[in-house]
Design a protein around this ligand. Sequence first.
Ligand code: AMP
Length: 286
Amino acid sequence: MEPRLKIAIQKSGRLQEDSLRLLRECGIKVDDGKDQLRAQARNFPLDLLYLRNSDIPQYIEDGVAHAGILGENTHLEKQKDIQPVLSLGFAKCRLSVAVAKTTEYSGLQWLQGKRIATSYPNSLQAFLKNHEIKAEIHEISGSVEIAPNIGLADAICDLVSSGSTLFQNGLEEKEVVLHSEANLYANKQLDPELTNILRKLIFRIQSVLEARQHRYLLMNAPTNCVERITQILPGMKSPTIMPLAVEGWCSIHTVIPEARFWDIIDELKASGAQGILITPIEKMIL
Ligand code: AMP
């Protein structure tokens, strides 16, 4: 039987949708895990295992799953012997210590001897130890942010992205314990055939991630402005320049990092560019 790479993804929760979207953008056809624990990709040698987020590191270490998608925070918390393979650019968040807005927080030393509620005791413990703080860690599995309001703790340590949950609960972020995003992890002893499938998957994911971070840019400009415009463009190599049917004009095409577009658009216009178009790229192979 042909080997198939078993990839663990979250059964339900924040990471599932983005994980499935990424695999689908890689051209891999899979069903979502609503009523099943396992799904076979139809056009790639890959099986998905839908598992509880916190169990995934152990399954990868044991080789039950060959690889998996998981937040770095879960990997750091569980401390399993698995291999980080690729950052995936979603589920960006930080694990932070927060206290009630009304607290007169004077800095890290304030945490000395305090009660801190968290679902991430190992990460918090390592952070406190690093800063020589002794505090009582209360491990709770959910709704951590209500702990100070009900008198269960003086502070919390939880995941934050926009900060709106903290705000709604009258809390303020004070210390960042770690930054996290979703990563692809793999078992450390994959055989050559599985490693080969994993490599193919990584290649596809990288081309999707590159494409997401770039845009294709087209514009028209008078020929005598081309030199100035090409100096502004942070292209992959040099831009493509083609003459237009109208004498003295050309069309300039290039690829730019998505994050730079709004920085350079005014400069392009001021340098004579007109009819500027910017379009997404589906896949990008470097
Ligand atoms: P959950 O679905 O809440 O169990 O969270 C699963 C994973 O999603 C966590 O381990 C984090 O890596 C990530 N995550 C959790 N909360 C957030 C958040 N507020 N913003 C972004 N990512 C988060």
